[in-house]
Ligand binder design. Structure first.
Ligand SMILES: [Fe+2]
Ligand SMILES: [Fe+2]
Length: 343
């Protein structure tokens, strides 16, 4: 009697078998994601336009930079999804989820495009926002960070890996996956969301906050899926998770925090009431520690989240999502808060 050899998740190929199902949890994640469908047309940006006119020059600068980051962020993630994740995660269940994620990233790109068209009526300003990835140093540095970890898979500036044949190939893949989940979706985007919710805590930019609620939920799920993939690979191939990998991931997160902090310095300038570089530093360090904890690695900073307006985000977003109504902004609470890992 012959039997099909058992394959591991990162073995090269395009596995087609859905029955018997080898990775049912990935299939369940796909089904869960379908329940969260939303459209850009549901987000009403009208009141944001009136709010924008009320902002101080410092706040306007912050919004300008934020939108410029949003202009290209999700497109970079989409490209990596196609070039790297879909290609090398060899499970039809996981590929169902990744197809759905690709759709969600397209909705995010559309949301931010609509946001740019609304916030920046001058076509020259819009073009400048899309150029930020080259022209604005604090945004260019974050983009370069992403491109460096993609390089092995898009062949831009590094030897291209077409099939994960060797242990080193699988390591490079894992580092790419962890970079996009922990540092890009899980840190750069979380930094951006914090600025949005800081505005919301002051009763401003509700349209942006509503769309952000839904993007936030999607990104949280993208990250959870990616970490599930990491867990599966760890189970199948524990030797990949050695001290060298831990060190590389820790260094990568430190670099991501530094890049996001430089962006924060650009956004905050000399500081705005309740938002400045030092509080952003503590927030990012706290988020980075959570990502390391999720990966089973020791914390790097031991910082506490200073942003009370992020505390209830998980619960509030869920309520809003199912009620399908714009968010009611919450009153800020004083002191430091714990950031739940489920966020
Ligand atoms: Fe996204
Ligand atoms: Fe995402």
């Amino acid at each position: 009697m012959t039997s099909t050899p058992v394959k591991n998740l990162l073995d090269p190929g395009f596995e087609l078998t859905l029955r018997p199902m080898r990775y049912p949890d990935f299939y369940e994640r796909y089904r869960d994601a379908i329940k969260n469908t939303w459209t850009v047309e549901e987000v009403d940006l009208h009141s944001d336009v009136a709010d924008l006119a009320k902002l101080t020059p410092g706040e306007q600068h912050m919004i300008g930079r934020l939108v410029a980051f949003f202009a290209t962020g999700d497109s970079i993630v989409s490209n990596n999804l196609v070039l790297t994740l879909y290609k090398h995660i060899n499970s039809p269940e996981a590929r169902l989820y990744l197809s759905r994620q690709l759709f969600e990233e397209a909705v995010h790109v559309q949301f931010y495009l609509t946001l740019l068209d609304t916030y920046l009526p001058d076509p020259a300003d819009r073009a400048a926002a899309f150029d930020a990835v080259e022209e604005i140093p604090s945004i260019r540095e974050k983009a370069q960070f992403c491109f460096r970890w993609m390089a092995n898979f898009d062949g831009q500036g590094a030897e291209k890996i077409d099939r994960l044949e060797s242990r080193e190939d699988r390591r490079r893949f894992l580092l790419n996956l962890i970079c996009f989940a922990a540092c890009i979706e899980g840190l750069f985007f979380y930094g951006a969301f914090a600025y949005v919710y800081w505005f919301r805590s002051r009763g401003l930019l509700h349209g942006l906050a509503t769309g952000t609620n839904w993007v936030f939920r999607d990104e949280t799920m993208h990250m959870s899926f990616a970490f599930d993939v990491v867990d599966t690979v760890r189970k199948e191939d524990p030797e990949l998770f050695d001290d060298a990998l831990r060190q590389e991931v820790t260094d990568m997160l430190r670099e991501a925090v530094d890049a996001e902090l430089q962006f924060g310095r650009d956004l905050c300038g000399d500081g705005l009431p309740g938002m400045n570089t030092e509080s952003m530093r503590a927030y990012l360090e706290c988020v980075a520690d959570q990502r390391l904890a999720r990966l089973g690695f020791p914390a790097l900073y031991g910082s506490q989240n200073p942003f009370s307006f992020m505390e209830l985000q998980g619960v509030q977003e869920l309520t809003n999502f199912f009620e399908r109504r714009p968010s009611a902004y919450q009153v800020a609470v004083e002191g430091t808060v714990a950031l739940d890992e489920d966020f």
